[in-house]
Design a protein around this ligand. Structure first.
Ligand code: NAG
Ligand code: NAG
Ligand code: NAG
Ligand code: NAG
Ligand code: NAG
Length: 760
């Protein structure tokens, strides 16, 4: 979706009145309809509404900006609301732009930074806040109750402009993020608080590169990579989390546009993953239906493409202005009544299950403005930023020993630019606390100087140098805030390069030559940090991405040592030449003569690896000898009573962690499995479990049982099947490794999940 365009449209209108209303089941035309009868099962209620609609009314409700049916008392409804890291602007979501209720929402860090916390409990808390605020906006008419979030496409190429919308590059990390985020968003009650949407199904992970773009791209993916990587987040969403909706993507997968792809939507999503029982719906990405004919040339006309999508299992077309051809598909007899009814029943059952027709009787009827921006929500936003920020370099300078009136130079375009804290898909944040704001709150003596953003003028003529040096000369400490600005990434904008902007490096070099403690806070997307890691004048580096409304406070709490850094990279930091080695459009994960491979599992020589993150203290770890060293595949599976064998538990791994240093700190235990078993000639080090330990004090030893499943231990064969293989397995704790142990699994290989073969 084109968030920028949307932002302009939405914010240019003075919004003073709410834009969405709930149906009235207590009086008026809808009152007698069975959709209002809460004693009936949701499927019957939805079917009754659909049965009451005329053909014309039905056709008007298959698009995101749905007209409703005034004759029946069904109000217009915009299905498209957004809440990537807090309730955000969207055609279906508005913020009052004058003081008053619903002028703001809590704004969390971008998902990639939240993922860096490796904290499932945190993600559920964040989801809860967003779900509650989202429903409050919906209840009061400022949004719908369908939110098209989260974005769970694996972030496999560092150039992707929307990578920071995702939980990173690793399947386990993404699956757990999806699980806990959806649980939070949709809520623990039987009745959904809001309907969450996993997007973009499937394999949508670049925007526009070298002549190809997401609207015409055909992603060629092997069955093994598809089953093991691109589809796994959606298995979590659909099969295991039973999410309320899924968005099909712009791109084609192996020749078939995603929104017309029966194999993806019908065979796998609703068939193999049994998603139908929950009556959920699939929306197209916005204008993806038009792409089927106009850009993929998969259908001769838009009408034909539209019918193909609905037939294949898409239920609603998201569009800006009538870009699908529903009337044409209908009048030409391509779109059948049964297909239309099926789509509408799925859509309305979703709303029934969220209490849309229940008025004051809805479980969530009481959520309102009083539940938005509350104290706890603000604390969670701060906690998410503190936990996610990653320490990449430290010569001992951090934490700084700051006193009340310590003199601190805060340099760089990001030091005091509130609008640059939030990242893409944002709403109107409750507040935006920059690092400069936070430093002043701490009582520091702050000197501010801005700096270059992208590849701007450099050298002697640098317009920033004089003021930066003046601020720095006058200070005890220098904090530099730089990296890649939001304007260099986002929807439709992939990056061409991973280099640090030269103008910023020049400025850093000049500041570094002063010989004062110099802390670099690296904002935005990952780059090749080699020059700043090597630069002697740079004492320490924190990666803070887009840290959200309280990002400045989080950064200053870490710099001052009030809090200790504990985030881990959820993505690989690649060398800059990676962009010249591998095309963005190459979907293969495994190395070949043409590619060094993708992600930490295959790419061998990162600048900083996935999972990396320093601390202010030292941790040691041991795997306790109580963990068995021999298993058999037969016994492991025999104990499994679950429908899906891959979801059964593998015996938990007991790990003892000691804080051997001098500072209290959280610690993320990462457990990888490695070994040459199964179909792979590589050891394939794979993250298989993780957990966050909180506030481990100096000298303290904590024991934790890491949970994992048979699926976390299994691999995928060339046909995409999930297989538990016999072999010698090495457990590796942490990145870099703190300790290892090996165990053996004997017996025959056992297939845990047979992947459906694609149509021939
Ligand atoms: C609602 O449905 C129940 C169960 O079918 C039925 O007994 C009841 O009469 C219905 N109520 C109304 C108001 O139609
Ligand atoms: C929202 O409105 C309140 C008053 O109700 C005001 O104090 C606050 O500053 C406004 N916030 C934003 C982000 O506009
Ligand atoms: C799939 O869903 C149906 C309908 O709810 C249920 O009866 C069936 O057991 C499910 N199948 C699996 C494999 O879980
Ligand atoms: C890419 O850069 C890395 C690190 O700078 C270097 O080790 C590697 O040899 C380079 N690879 C190619 C193919 O140039
Ligand atoms: C802990 O602090 C003491 C005293 O300041 C110091 O000697 C020691 O090296 C520190 N230990 C670690 C592991 O940092």
């Amino acid at each position: 979706m084109k968030s920028l365009l949307m932002l302009v449209l939405v914010t240019s209108v003075t919004v003073t009145a709410q834009n969405q209303r709930f149906p009235d089941c207590t009086s008026g035309n809808l009152a007698g309809n069975a959709v209002c009868n809460t004693s009936l099962p949701p499927s019957e209620r939805a079917a009754a509404l659909v049965a009451a609609m005329t053909a014309e009314e039905k056709l008007q409700n298959l698009v995101s900006k749905a007209n409703g049916a005034s004759r029946l008392g069904l109000p217009a409804y915009n299905w498209w609301s957004e809440a990537l890291h807090g309730v955000a602007y969207a055609p279906g979501t508005q913020f009052r732009n004058v003081p008053g209720p619903f002028n703001s929402s809590t704004s969390f860090p971008m998902p990639v930074l939240m993922a860096a916390a490796f904290d499932d409990e945190l993600i559920e808390k964040v989801g809860n806040v967003i779900g509650i605020e989202g429903r409050a906006f919906g209840n009061e008419g400022w949004s719908g109750i369908d939110y098209w979030t989260p974005n769970v496409n694996p972030y496999k190429d560092p150039r992707w402009g929307r990578g920071s919308e995702t939980p990173g590059e690793d399947v386990l990390r993404i699956k757990r993020y999806a699980k806990f985020m959806i649980r939070g968003l949709e809520g623990p009650e039987e009745q959904r608080r809001i309907v969450a949407t996993c997007k973009h199904f499937a394999a949508n992970d670049f925007e526009d590169w070298n002549g190809a773009n997401r609207h015409n791209f055909n992603a060629k993916i092997t069955l093994q990579d598809l089953a093991e990587y691109y589809m796994m987040p959606f298995q979590q969403c659909a099969r295991d989390s039973k999410v309320g909706s899924i968005m099909c993507a712009y791109n084609a997968v192996n020749g078939v546009p995603s929104c017309a792809n029966k194999y993806l939507m019908d065979t796998i999503l609703r068939g193999h993953w049994n998603w139908t029982e929950h009556n959920n719906y699939i929306t197209s990405d916005c204008e993806a239906v038009l792409d089927v004919s106009a850009n993929h040339h998969y259908a001769r006309t838009n009408a034909e493409g539209t019918a193909l999508c609905f037939d294949a299992g898409m239920d609603i077309s998201c569009e800006y202005s009538g870009s699908s051809d529903i009337p044409g598909a209908w009048s030409q007899g391509l779109l059948k009544q049964a297909t239309v009814d099926r789509a509408l029943r799925r859509l309305y059952e979703g709303l029934v299950r969220a209490g849309y027709f229940d008025g004051a009787k809805s479980t969530h009827a009481l959520l309102g403005w009083g539940d938005v921006n509350n104290h706890e929500a603000q604390q969670v936003a701060l906690q998410a930023a503190v936990e996610g920020i990653v320490l990449l370099k430290n010569d001992g300078t951090l934490p700084l020993d700051l006193k009340q009136s310590s003199k601190v130079a805060m340099v760089g375009f990001w030091a005091d630019a509130p609008e640059k804290l939030s990242g893409g898909y944002s709403g109107a944040p409750y507040f935006l606390h920059t690092p400069v704001y936070a430093a002043r709150q701490m009582g520091l003596d702050v000197k501010v100087a801005t700096g270059p953003i992208l590849q701007e003028a450099t050298g002697g003529s640098s317009p920033w140098l004089a003021s930066a040096l003046a601020a720095a000369r006058d200070s005890d400490y220098i904090l530099y805030f730089g990296g890649l600005d939001t304007s260099s990434a986002g929807e439709t904008k992939d990056r061409q390069a991973l280099d640090w902007p030269t103008a910023q490096l020049d400025l850093l070099n000049s500041l570094g030559s002063l010989g004062k403690p110099l802390v670099l806070v690296h904002m935005g997307d990952m780059m090749d940090d080699t020059p700043v890691l090597d630069m002697e004048g740079v004492s320490s580096i924190l990666w803070a991405n887009w840290p959200g409304q309280d990002g400045g406070t989080a950064v200053m709490q870490l710099i001052s040592g009030q809090k200790s850094p504990s985030g881990r990279l959820p993505v690989t930091q690649y060398p800059a030449n990676y962009t010249t080695i591998i095309p963005m459009t190459d979907m293969a994960l495994r190395p070949s003569s043409k590619s060094p491979g993708r992600t930490y599992r295959w790419y061998p020589t990162p600048i900083k690896p996935f999972g990396f993150g320093l601390h202010y203290t030292t941790f040691t770890a041991t795997i306790l000898p109580s963990f068995a060293t021999h298993f058999t595949t037969g016994n492991l599976v025999a104990d499994c009573k679950n429908t899906y064998l891959d979801t059964c538990e593998f015996p938990a791994l007991p790990v003892q962690v000691t804080n051997a240093g001098n500072r209290t700190s959280d610690y993320v235990v990462l457990a990888y499995l490695s070994g040459k078993y199964g179909p792979e000639p590589y050891p394939l080090k794979t993250l298989s479990s993780y957990s966050r330990l909180r506030n481990v004090t100096p000298g303290e030893t904590v024991t934790i049982s890491l949970e994992w499943t048979l699926g976390d231990v299994a691999r995928h064969d060339e046909n995409g099947n999930t297989v538990l293989y016999p072999g010698v397995y090495t457990v590796i704790i942490d990145e870099p490794s703190l300790t290892t142990m090996t165990f053996t699994i004997e017996g025959d290989a056992i297939m845990l999940d047979k992947w459906p073969a694609p149509p021939v």
